[in-house]
Design a protein around this ligand. Structure first.
Ligand code: IGP
Length: 267
């Protein structure tokens, strides 16, 4: 299964980074860092309308291959566009092998914008949470399918200790229950099934009913149109995480506003 391959690649690449930068080095970097962004921006915004928008920066994915040509992947410019569109958070893929991301891209984005940044990766070790903090991220992703209950609880506690928000990703009712039990405050429901890559919005909509109202829900993947977003808003979803649609849009600001339902005709 693809998730196993992703975890294996993540382990291998993390081991390489651990040889270069020790955990003690990361902790020292964190202590010295002056730029402390508010981690709670995401949580606070989620309660309000309009829907919270998390825009993703990724050049490739296992399901789509290369999404934008390598030469056109100007992540600093994309970060400026997302900032201009006043998105609530920018998600940066840092997985190296299948998504062709890196921590260096994340650091460059953090240096380019004041918008909080989510480190999007397959978190499998506390080391990666320290890395995220040291790189200037405001939030991390915890994928229930690849973590034990103990890991989920421990990683949520570590994120909190470091002042990071955590989006806990779940695909089905069982995983949602595990996320809630571990104390997740934000749950990301992935519309994409990682076993066969099919996308089903019904997934987020059906699952929302079973998630306590005080837990914010972000719908992830495959969101393309204003009508998709309207459906999600009606189902009580607090936020959307959109990658490919924005990455492919020549005018990112206009595309983001289109999905939000902001139109120039109205003013
Ligand atoms: O490009 P899309 O279909 O808008 O999807 C974005 C995001 O949801 C997707 O990249 C994603 C969701 N969960 C993940 C976990 C790891 C890596 C990537 C992801």
């Amino acid at each position: 299964m693809i998730l196993d391959d992703l975890v294996a690649a993540t382990k291998k690449n993390m081991a390489r980074r651990q040889e270069q930068v020790s955990l003690a080095d990361l902790k020292a970097q964190i202590e010295q860092a002056a730029d402390q962004r508010p981690a709670l921006v995401l949580n606070q915004k989620l309660a309000q309308a309009p829907i919270t928008v998390i825009s993703e920066i990724k050049q490739a994915s296992p399901s789509k291959g290369q999404i934008v040509p390598r030469e056109a992947f100007d992540y600093r410019q994309i970060a400026r566009d997302y900032t201009q569109a006043k998105v609530d958070m920018i998600s940066v893929l840092t997985e190296e092998e299948y998504f062709k991301g890196s921590l260096d891209i994340l650091k460059a984005v953090v240096a380019t914008t004041d918008v909080p940044v989510l480190r999007k990766d397959f978190t499998i070790d506390p080391y990666m949470i320290y890395e995220a903090k040291a790189a200037g991220a405001s939030a991390i992703l915890l994928i229930v399918a690849i973590l034990s209950d103990q890991q989920l609880t421990d990683y949520l506690a570590l994120a909190q200790e470091l002042g990071l928000s955590a989006i806990v990703e779940a695909h089905d009712q069982d995983e949602i229950q595990r996320a809630v039990q571990a104390g997740a405050e934000i749950i990301g429901v992935n519309n994409r099934n990682l076993k066969d890559f099919t996308v089903d919005f019904g997934n987020t909509q059906r699952l929302r009913e079973n998630i306590p109202a005080d837990i914010a829900v972000i719908s992830e993947s495959g969101i393309q149109s204003r009508s998709d977003v309207l459906q999600l808003e009606q189902a009580g979803i607090n936020g959307i995480l959109v990658g490919e649609t924005f990455m492919r849009a020549p005018d990112k600001v206009a595309e983001i506003n289109r999905l939000r339902g902001f139109s120039h005709d109205q003013d």
